[in-house]
Ligand binder design. Sequence first.
Ligand SMILES: Cc1ncc(C[n+]2csc(CCOP(=O)(O)OP(=O)(O)O)c2C)c(N)n1
Ligand code: SF4
Ligand SMILES: [Mg+2]
Length: 282
Amino acid sequence: MGKSFSTYETAWCPGCGNFSILRCLKTALEELNIDPAKVLMAAGIGQAAKTPQYISANTFCGLHGRSLPAATAAKIANENLTVIVNTGDGDSYGEGGNHFIHAIRRNVNITHFVHDNQIYGLTKGQSSPTTAEGHVTNAQADGNLNYPLNPVLLAIAAGAGFVARSFSGDTKHLTEMMKAAISYKGYALVDILQPCVSFNKINTFSYYKERVYYLETDHDYTDKAAAMIRAMEFGDRIPIGIFYREEKPDYHTKHKVLASKMPLVDQKYDPMIVQNLMNEFV
Ligand SMILES: Cc1ncc(C[n+]2csc(CCOP(=O)(O)OP(=O)(O)O)c2C)c(N)n1
Ligand code: SF4
Ligand SMILES: [Mg+2]
């Protein structure tokens, strides 16, 4: 067991699924023996995005939906950091939806944990990109008119090399998924089903408990078509586990400079090189 990631007082509602996600995250990092000083936790805005504030590591809390670009930049500058993004379904798939797709394309070695409570929790219960059609919320009194996004299916289709789903109510499974995602070399997504006890009275703990089941051990996660078919199953039964996994070169491996030199943060900065360049424009 590695160093502790400490315990802090939180501002989440009693019973919120975020508590077990935080606990699993710390356990995963400790069991992987990762030094807290070598971890960067990045987040945007929301209840899920408070996670970095409750863990002893380096943190970056940015604008709503903008954590993935910051995480990408940090990893490019310092590949020795374990970079983990913890944000909500709104932050990741709504406000940050474009960054989600392009982080997948770049395949920088970062891990993305989405606390998917199918609602905007922090702002008191408006529909999010994963809220079911017809779901009555505080803001959608006649029911949500939009069709929900399927993030697992979208991530596989966009080319992500590691795509998994887990459930905050199954801590053993969630810890295993987190460890596998953090260990994967490239962009990795775990969409985590998480009850919001205050503002989502439909997708409750027992709602998920009744529906969630494990992908079979013979599910071939290297078969993209099979993974997409299983990802489309989201209703009365909801599979959890690794849907898709593909070994492929990450951004650093393909980038000539990053692959051949020491991390950018360790390289000596020579202001004369910049000055000489500037002089060419005088
Ligand atoms: C650009 C922008 N739009 C909207 C908001 C208001 N806002 C803050 S948090 C939030 C919803 C967060 O929902 P989600 O990401 O699902 O996280 P949760 O609170 O459910 O964990 C919204 C709409 C904002 N801060 N910035
Ligand atoms: S509002 Fe929902 S997501 Fe936010 S802390 Fe409370 S239960 Fe958790
Ligand atoms: Mg949410």
